[in-house]
Design a protein around this ligand. Structure first.
Ligand code: PGA
Length: 237
């Protein structure tokens, strides 16, 4: 399973370093075998000792150049960062990234061999319009994306579940994941209001290969508890 934390615009460089030290000590002590990823803010990117895959929350499809406020490949290479989140709902809906821009980013970082955690998810009005509308919406978010890319991970994150404390029912997560799995044969994470209290039951669902956690992972102790859930489920405990 893949257990991933997205810090968004939270924690500083100093706090991230402290977080990583606690996390790595935990992984080592417990002999964790699951894949763990952390996406800190850009200012906290660094080479950390240990086995966590540290990724960037965003980057521009360029090596370098005149793109004020953006990061390119050159800045990521400095820290050995080779994992990226693309298509996150906040990039799509708050920053207004179009599917075309997202697909361009995807192609660029695919070309560079990055592990790409590619996010999709529908807003509430689409969910309320029924299953066909929902699947059509998700399908449109896959446009221009190479679904056979070796290092692709998909994260299904309903927009209305992100940061709201709301989640789809377990049955709905299972249904949507089953449908998505038929479409894309890649690891499929669930994201949107995953917390210590519900991580285990979500991770236990069929077709859920991991979780992408935002606010629920900001305290490292909580993130470690979710990793432990994944580890014990994996062992059948
Ligand atoms: P949340 O965010 O866990 O705070 O809902 C998840 C995400 O946006 O990746």
């Amino acid at each position: 399973m893949i257990i991933a934390a997205n810090f968004k615009t939270n924690l500083t460089r100093q706090k991230t370093a402290e977080y990583m030290a606690v996390l790595e000590a935990f992984l080592e002590k417990e002999g964790v075998t699951q894949e763990v990823m952390v996406f800190p803010p850009a200012t906290a990117l660094d080479r950390f000792d240990g086995r966590t895959q540290v990724g960037t929350q965003n980057a521009y499809p360029t090596r370098n150049g005149a793109f004020t406020g953006e990061l390119g490949l050159e800045q990521l290479e400095e820290f050995g960062t080779d994992t990226i989140l693309i298509g996150h709902s906040e990039r799509r809906h708050v920053m207004g990234e179009s599917q075309e821009e997202i697909a361009r980013k995807f192609s660029f970082y695919k070309e560079k061999g990055f592990t790409i955690v590619y996010c999709i998810g529908e807003p509430l009005e689409v969910r309320e319009a029924g299953n066909d509308a929902l699947m059509d919406y998700l399908e449109a978010q896959l446009e221009g994306i190479d679904l056979h890319y070796k290092k692709l991970v998909i994260a299904y994150e309903p927009v209305w579940a992100i940061g709201t404390g709301l989640t789809p029912s377990l049955g709905d997560i299972e249904l949507i994941h089953a449908a998505l799995k038929q479409r894309v044969a890649k690891p499929l994470l669930y994201g949107g209001s995953v917390k210590v209290d519900n991580a285990r039951e979500i991770l236990a669902l069929q077709h859920v290969d991991g979780i992408l956690v935002g606010s629920g992972a900001l305290a490292v102790e909580d993130f470690c508890r979710m990793i432990r859930d994944a580890e014990t489920l994996h062992k059948g405990e």
